[in-house]
Each structure stands twice: as structure tokens, then as C-alpha cells.
Design a protein around this ligand. Structure first.
Ligand SMILES: Nc1ncnc2c1ncn2[C@@H]1O[C@H](COP(=O)(O)OP(=O)(O)OP(=O)(O)O)[C@@H](O)[C@H]1O
Length: 458
């Protein structure tokens, strides 16, 4: 995950200095990771070390503060000559578009997939109820390009994996047919290429380029709206490819029928093949995506932290991934272990505080720990007073601190709602009378409210 943190820092830096400065000083720098809360950066020689420290230490600290570091620290290390030789030909990770963004691809090796993001493969795509139809369609197209569905039209909101799926088809095809030509282009680039071709009198090259491919992936096709000349040209490109049984995949934020000012003949062509959508991922899919991201970057993240992040970011997967980087960055830069409280704090600058809620599981765990029991004992069937009282306290606190209904709480504790109601009134009645119980409730309430307090104090 430190590569992502570094990419975030570079993104911040790049926005604040000139391109020349950036390429001179930051491009050759090597991220050596976060050690003891300090970001360690490798530089070529002691001159660079001195210069960078003088000129950019403050800026780098600001970048880290932006990621949540309370006491940002940067250390510069002169790289041994061998290591330097190893890093020089390599490019630093490209800057991220923003805190919620994701690093752009490293250049891919094979010629026919150089416009594809190496991370956007089928293996890296988590399938859930929200995207399984689009996934199945993409797979079918990858297996029989030009035959299964042509064109394949994938639509859905921002950051839900449309580009990822398109590239996955590209990778799949590139692997099986290395000599096939694959072209990925955004509608915006297509338009710009066209404008340049017209201006420079290079229409033949333009047409050859787009009409000679085996797989054409066009992102954000909704931007064709209102661009008559581009629509005209795209119409001919489409026909040329289609007639030669070349595969076309289009993505959009809406279905063809909702793209305003799209020529009828294009709209109907977009509807010839298969139209499939991607919806927002549900909670389990979001957790699975986070888990995969964590595993890929060899970062161990407690399940409850993944769940907290998945609860915070519900629609855009790019933001979900950005939130994960933020949480990891926060913990490592402040040198604290990852926990729910730390994660809530890390995200508190980005999300409204009330969105971080105490969960039933938190109350259960804290109460069990307080009384020296296991969560299973509390939820179990034991009827001894040593278990019954903590169980009632836990139910009371869940009712008090979370928004769950009596039946939901009952289900969580493996009981019916009347048991919960009884527990709540029992504890309410004993408050102020039974001192031990009162103290337990107060301590636990304080502990559990820490999630909110810590966040508010951030
Ligand atoms: N099902 C998934 N499994 C794993 N990662 C996913 C999944 N869906 C999306 N992502 C990740 O989410 C990020 C955003 O996805 P992508 O760029 O494909 O979205 P998009 O729908 O094309 O968005 P936009 O409309 O902004 O172009 C990417 O990093 C992608 O890898």
C-alpha cells in the first residue's frame, strides 16, 4: 500500500510545483516506504538530499498532513549507486487524480495492450450481484469476439468498473491472440484525434487507425452527445468494424435511449448487441473489493476495519479504494496500529462524522471484554447471573448507541425482541441503584463513544 500512499503524495506535490521541478527532483526519487511514521525517500546523491530537504520538505509534510499525518515526517536517504542504477530507468508511479483516486497504470509490455491498465483484468474484478451480468457478458465477448454480442454496451454510474471490464476483455484477448490489434480510447480522445486529423489534413491516418483494429473499446460514449461531426465519423468507424466482425465495446453513464442528441442511426446501432448495466456494489461486494486490494498490496487489514470503510463509502469504487489508502496512510504515518477507531479518524476529514456509527459487534466485544467474557458467551445460552447481567448491559447499550430496532437486536443476540425489551427496561431501572452496573454502563459508553469523540477531535 505504500506505493499508493506515495502516488497520493506525488499527486499533491505535482499540483503545487512546476512540471520541470517535478521531473527534475521528484521523478528520480524512490519511495522506500514508511518507517516508524516517517516517509523515507531515496535520492541520488547528497546534493539532491540537501536541495530537496531545503526546497520541498515543507511541501512534502503538507502532502502527508493532507493524508492525515498529525506530525508529518519525511526522511531523505542517499541511495547506494547500485540501487540508484536500478531505479533510474523506471518511472515513478503516476500521480493520483486526488485523495480518492487510483494510481494510473505502469506501461504494459505487449504492444497490443499498451493502452490498457495492467490492473484491470478479469482476475482482479470482484463479481457481485451488482455486476454479474455485465461481467458474464464481457467474458462471453472476450471468448468469442465479434460473435457473442456486438456491440457490447456497458452503462453505469461513475467509478463502478466499466473501464475495468473493458480493459479486462482487452487483456484476455491480447493474451490469447497476441497479434490482434486492440484500441482503447475515451470519447474525448477520439474527438480530439478527429479534430487534429481534420486540422492537419490526416483523415486517412485517422481512419486507418480506428478502422483496422480487432477490438475497439470506447469509454464514456455519452460525450458524443451534441458532437455532430464526431458522431458522423464514429458512425463510419462503427460500420467498418461491425461489417468485418470486429468487436466493439462501449461504455456510458446511461443507456443509449437516454443519450440526448444522439443520432437515431447511432442509437439503434448501439442497441444491436447487448446492453448491460453495473449497479452500485452491495456491502459484501465492497468488503470483497477492499480485501482484494489489501491482499494485492500485501497489507494486513483487520476485517472490522474493512467493514467500517465499506460502510462509509457506498457507491463509487474508486472512492472506496481511495478511502482504504487513506486509512492505511493514516495508521502508518501516525505510527499507530490499524483499528476501527483509527480508521474512523482517518476518514473523518472526508466524511461527515455522524456517518461513523457504533456497530452492534463493537458493543458486544467491548462489553464481553469489560466483564472478562467472550462474545460467544454473551450471545450463548448461559443463564448464570455473571452472563445474564453483561448480556443485558450489551443489549441496553446496543439499543442506546446504535440505530437498530428491537427485532434486529434480538436477532443479533439470538433472542426475540421481547427479551431485548426486558433487558433494556431492567438495566434502565437499575441505573443509579446498582452501582457496579452503573459504572460498567458508563465506562462502556465512554469507550464506545470514543469512536465519535476521536473523530470529532480530528
Ligand atoms: N468489481 C470490481 N472489482 C475490483 N475492482 C473494481 C471493481 N469495479 C471497479 N473496480 C475498481 O474501481 C475503480 C474504478 O473503476 P472504473 O475506472 O472501471 O470505473 P468506471 O465505471 O469506468 O468509472 P468512470 O465512469 O469514472 O470512467 C478502478 O480502480 C477499478 O479497478
Amino acid at each position: 500500500m505504500t506505493q499508493e500512499i506515495w502516488a497520493d503524495v506525488l499527486g499533491y506535490v505535482r499540483k503545487n510545483i512546476s512540471e520541470v521541478e517535478y521531473h527534475t527532483w521528484f521523478a528520480p526519487m524512490k519511495n522506500l516506504g514508511v518507517q516508524g511514521g516517517s516517509l523515507v525517500l531515496g535520492v541520488r546523491n547528497s546534493f539532491a538530499q540537501e536541495y530537496v530537504r531545503r526546497q520541498y520538505q515543507v511541501l512534502l509534510e503538507d502532502a502527508l498532513r493532507d493524508l492525515g499525518a498529525e506530525n508529518p515526517q519525511v526522511t531523505f536517504q542517499v541511495l547506494p549507486a547500485v540501487q540508484e542504477a536500478m531505479i533510474l530507468p523506471e518511472d515513478p508511479p503516476p500521480p493520483r487524480p486526488g485523495p480518492a483516486g487510483r494510481a494510473a497504470p505502469d506501461p504494459a509490455p505487449a504492444e497490443n495492450r499498451k493502452s490498457l491498465n495492467p490492473k484491470y483484468t478479469f482476475e482482479n474484478f470482484v463479481v457481485g450481484p451488482n455486476n454479474n451480468l455485465a461481467h458474464a457478458a464481457a467474458l462471453a465477448v472476450a471468448e468469442s469476439p465479434g460473435k457473442a454480442y456486438n456491440p457490447l454496451f456497458i452503462y453505469g454510474d461513475v467509478g463502478l468498473g466499466k473501464t475495468h471490464l473493458m480493459h479486462a476483455v482487452g487483456h484476455y484477448m491480447a493474451e490469447r491472440f497476441p497479434d490482434k490489434r486492440i484500441e482503447y480510447v475515451s470519447t474525448e480522445s477520439f474527438t480530439n484525434d478527429l479534430i487534429n486529423a481534420i486540422r492537419e489534413d490526416k483523415m486517412t491516418q485517422f481512419r486507418n487507425r480506428y478502422r483496422s483494429v480487432d477490438l475497439l473499446l470506447v469509454d464514456d460514449i455519452q460525450f458524443l452527445a451534441g458532437k455532430e461531426r464526431t458522431q458522423e465519423e464514429f458512425f463510419h468507424t462503427f460500420n467498418a468494424l461491425y461489417e468485418n466482425h470486429k468487436q466493439i465495446i462501449l461504455s456510458s453513464d446511461r443507456p443509449p435511449k437516454d443519450i440526448q442528441t444522439l443520432e437515431g442511426r447511432l442509437r439503434s446501432r448501439f442497441e444491436w448487441g447487448l446492453i448491460t448495466d453495473i449497479q452500485s456494489p452491495e456491502f459484501e461486494t465492497r468488503v470483497a473489493i477492499l480485501k482484494m486490494n489489501a491482499e494485492q498490496s500485501h497489507t494486513v487489514i483487520p476485517q472490522e476495519v474493512l467493514e467500517l470503510i465499506a460502510r462509509q463509502v457506498t457507491s463509487n469504487i474508486r472512492e472506496l479504494e481511495g478511502a482504504l489508502v487513506r486509512v492505511v496512510a493514516y495508521a502508518s504515518l501516525n505510527n499507530v496500529p490499524l483499528s476501527r477507531v483509527v480508521a474512523a479518524k482517518a476518514l473523518s476529514n472526508v466524511f461527515a462524522p455522524q456517518e461513523v456509527k457504533v456497530e452492534m459487534i463493537d458493543v458486544l466485544k467491548a462489553t464481553a471484554a469489560h466483564f472478562g467474557l467472550s462474545p460467544d458467551q454473551i450471545r450463548g445460552s448461559g443463564r448464570a447471573r455473571e452472563v445474564v447481567v453483561p448480556r443485558q448491559v450489551a443489549m441496553y447499550l446496543v439499543r442506546d448507541l446504535t440505530g437498530h430496532s428491537l427485532p434486529e437486536i434480538g436477532q443479533f443476540f439470538g433472542r426475540d425482541h421481547s427479551t431485548v425489551m426486558h433487558a433494556v427496561s431492567k438495566v434502565t431501572e437499575q441505573m443509579g441503584k446498582d452501582l457496579e452496573l452503573t459504572a460498567a454502563v458508563q465506562t462502556l459508553r465512554g469507550q464506545l463513544n470514543d469512536v465519535e469523540d476521536e473523530r470529532e477531535g480530528a
